[in-house]
Design a protein around this ligand. Structure first.
Ligand code: SF4
Length: 400
C-alpha cells in the first residue's frame, strides 16, 4: 500500500473518531463562517449535543488529506476545535493533533427565490456537488407517537425553525434553487422529509421534478426521491417517469422485531416489514440494479444482523449503507450511547467490501446516497484513488 493510502486510512480512523465523539469549541472562533465559508443550515436532523440557536457554526471540517467530517458540537468531548492565529486545529489535552479547514460557501446561499425565500433554506449544500432538500422538517408520525425512536426531525424544527426559517418548500422554490446550485457545480440532489399526513407525497414529488426540469433544462437531473414504502407499489414507476434517477426507501434496521420496535410508524403505515422489502425489490425492477438505496442505522442492532441486511439488500440490487447511529437530542433515544468508534469503522469496511463484492461502482454510490462523505464513500475513493489529493501534493480545501 502506498504511503498516501496509508495516511488516508489513518485519517479515516480519525474522522470516524471525531464524528462519533464530537468536538468542543467556542463559537466565537468562527469569524469567516457564514461569509467566505459555509455555515450549518438545519434540515431534517441535528447531530450536535450542544445546541447553537442563532450562532453560525460550520457544518463540517476538512482533514489535511481531504476527508470531510461532520461537525458534532459536544463540549464534553476530549477533543477541541481551536483557533491558532489563522489556523484551525483539533487538540486533545492541549496538544495539537491535526489542522483542519472548512467548506467554501456556495454563492447561491446569498440568493433568494422569486418569492423572497433564501435559497440556503431551500437546499442545503453538502460537498462535492451534493445538495439536499427536506421539503418539510416535520413528520406526521409524531402526532400518534409512532415516530422512529432514533429520529429528531420534529425536535430540530422546534429548536431552530423560528430563527432559521425552516418551512415547507414549494416546487417552484426548489426548481429555482436547484438551477442556481447546479450552475455552480451541483450534480446530485435528494428530496426527503418526514411523513406527510395521509401519505400524499407522490403528487408533490412529481410537481417538484417538473419544476426542477423546467428551471434547470435537464431531463435527467440526477435526483434521488426518498420516500416511505408505498402501499400501492405501482406508484413507484411514476417517480422514474418523472425523472428521478434513483429511489430511496430506508428500512433503518434489519431484524424484523427491532424494526417493529424502533420504527413503529413505518411498520404500521407502510404495510409492515415484509412489504418494505417487497417495495425495495419492486423499486429495483423499476429503477434498475444499483439505482435503489436503503439506509440502516449502524449500532441499533447487532453487527451480525446489520451485515446480514447489507448482504441481502446488495444481492437484491439495493445499495445499502449503515452509517453510525448518533443518539440525537430530542429523539426517544437521547442520552443513549452508540457503539464505540472502532465498531463503526469495522462495520464501514465490511459494508464497503459487500458493495464491492456485488460490483457496485463509486458513481452508483454517489448517485444513490444523500451525502457523499460517509466512511464507505471514503473507502471507495481511497481504494480507487478518486480524491483530489491523488492528483496533487497539495490538499485543496473543499471547494464548490
Ligand atoms: S419516518 Fe421515522 S426517520 Fe423518517 S422522519 Fe419520520 S420519524 Fe424520522
Amino acid at each position: 500500500m502506498s504511503n498516501l493510502k496509508q495516511k488516508l486510512y489513518e485519517e479515516l480512523a480519525l474522522k470516524n473518531l471525531l464524528a462519533n465523539t464530537g468536538v468542543g469549541f467556542d463559537p466565537k472562533i468562527f469569524t469567516q463562517i457564514g461569509s467566505s465559508h459555509a455555515e450549518s443550515v438545519h434540515c431534517l436532523f441535528d447531530y450536535s449535543v450542544d445546541e447553537h440557536v442563532g450562532v453560525n457554526i460550520p457544518p463540517a471540517f476538512v482533514l489535511p488529506h481531504g476527508l470531510i467530517t461532520l461537525l458534532k458540537a459536544d463540549n464534553r468531548s476530549p477533543y477541541r476545535l481551536e483557533r491558532d492565529a489563522d489556523r484551525f486545529i483539533i487538540t486533545q489535552g492541549g496538544n495539537e493533533i491535526t489542522e483542519v479547514t472548512f467548506i467554501k460557501r456556495p454563492k447561491y446561499y446569498d440568493l433568494k427565490t422569486t418569492d423572497g425565500t433564501p435559497m440556503k433554506n431551500v437546499a442545503v449544500y453538502g460537498s462535492d456537488g451534493v445538495i439536499f432538500i427536506a421539503y418539510s422538517n416535520e413528520c406526521s408520525l409524531k402526532e400518534s407517537g409512532k415516530d422512529c425512536l432514533f429520529c429528531n426531525i420534529n425536535h430540530t424544527k422546534a429548536t431552530y425553525g423560528e430563527v432559521e426559517g425552516i418551512n415547507w418548500k414549494y416546487p417552484k422554490q426548489i426548481g429555482e434553487t436547484v438551477a442556481a446550485a447546479y450552475k455552480e457545480g451541483g450534480r446530485h440532489l435528494t428530496i426527503s422529509g418526514g411523513f406527510v399526513p395521509e401519505r400524499r407525497e407522490v403528487e408533490y414529488y412529481l410537481d417538484v421534478a417538473e419544476s426542477i426540469k423546467e428551471h434547470t433544462g435537464l431531463e435527467d437531473f440526477n435526483g434521488t426521491a426518498c420516500i416511505g414504502a408505498p402501499h400501492d407499489l405501482s406508484v413507484i414507476s411514476k417517480y422514474k417517469e418523472a425523472g428521478y434517477r434513483t429511489l430511496a426507501t430506508n428500512i433503518e434496521v434489519w431484524d424484523r422485531n427491532f424494526f417493529k420496535a424502533y420504527c413503529p410508524g413505518k411498520e404500521e403505515l407502510c404495510g409492515g416489514y415484509d412489504h418494505w422489502i417487497k417495495s425495495l425489490k419492486h423499486s429495483v425492477n423499476v429503477f434498475g440494479r444499483g439505482r435503489v438505496r436503503s439506509n440502516l442505522v449502524g449500532g441499533l442492532e447487532s453487527k451480525q444482523s446489520t451485515l446480514e441486511g447489507l448482504e441481502y439488500l446488495a444481492d437484491a440490487g439495493v445499495i445499502a449503507l449503515a452509517p453510525a447511529w448518533n443518539p440525537n437530542n430530542g429523539s426517544a433515544l437521547e442520552g443513549h450511547r452508540s457503539p464505540e468508534a472502532e465498531w463503526h469503522l469495522d462495520l464501514a469496511y465490511r459494508n464497503a467490501a459487500i458493495l464491492q463484492k456485488h460490483g457496485y461502482t463509486y458513481e452508483q454510490l454517489y448517485d444513490a446516497y444523500a451525502n457523499s462523505q460517509t466512511l464507505v464513500h471514503d473507502i471507495y475513493r481511497i481504494e480507487n484513488e478518486l480524491l483530489p489529493v491523488f492528483n496533487s501534493n497539495e490538499v485543496l480545501e473543499e471547494a464548490f
